[in-house]
Design a protein around this ligand. Structure first.
Ligand code: HEC
Length: 195
């Protein structure tokens, strides 16, 4: 009796699959039938500029505009002079990451550590202000990036920053990163195997 019920159940499942199979296949023909194609506006919010500036949006901002914004929206956490507080210290410490003086602690900041200025735009746009991330316009992000770079003496105080000029900024620690040379991690490619 139970065997009969079980086999009848199986038959029903098989029949159901035969009916729904082709319909599902048609619906899934472009993939898994999930989600929807993102709109241009949605794609614009999902971006990650590369170090060389590709992917940075249009817009621009001056150091002066950045100062106004910084004082209003960043200084409470990062300090009036970018010296840090609830948020990180943003400037200073240049050269402190590599030294032979055991008493000299490394001071890691945007100025002393970050190899590319384009990261400033990306990070601030996505993550800052800490309490209201993603609330700044592109112009505002360019402006406040300009202000931080000027306070770090990396660009002149009169600068205007946009996608092109931000990518051209040379950060002080640009050459401070070296490839991992441990042979056990990255064995040299044997000459005979090289293409
Ligand atoms: C409510 C406090 C707060 C406010 C306001 C705030 N920040 Fe931050 N910020 C932080 C904290 C906390 C971190 C560290 C976050 C982490 O490491 O995950 C941080 C990290 C950063 C960093 C990365 C520093 C580093 O060396 O890694 C930058 C750049 C930055 N903030 C810029 C800004 C700017 C520009 C504004 C204003 C538009 C702003 N922040 C407003 C709290 C704040």
């Amino acid at each position: 009796m139970s065997t009969m019920l079980e086999s009848r159940g199986l038959a029903l499942v098989v029949a159901a699959c035969l009916v729904c199979g082709p319909a599902l296949a048609a619906e899934n023909s472009g993939g898994y039938g999930l989600g929807s194609t993102p709109t241009a506006a949605e794609m614009e919010r999902y971006f990650s500029p590369l170090p060389d500036g590709r992917g940075l949006p249009p817009g621009s901002g001056t150091v002066e505009q950045g100062k106004v914004l910084y004082d209003e929206q960043c200084a409470a956490c990062h300090g009036q002079n970018l010296e840090g507080g609830a948020g990180d210290k943003l400037i200073g410490g240049r050269g402190s990451l590599v030294n032979n003086d055991p008493k000299k602690a490394p001071v890691k900041t945007v100025e002393s550590y970050w190899p590319y200025a384009t990261t400033l735009f990306d990070y601030i746009k996505r993550a800052m202000p800490f309490n209201t991330p993603d609330s700044l316009t592109n112009d505002q992000v360019y402006a406040v990036s300009a202000y931080i770079l000027a306070r770090a003496n990396i660009i002149p105080a009169g600068s205007v920053v946009d996608a092109k000029s931000l990518a051209q900024v040379r950060m002080p620690n640009r050459d401070g990163f070296i490839p991992d040379r441990r042979p056990e991690k990255f064995p040299p490619v044997a000459a005979s195997k090289a293409p």
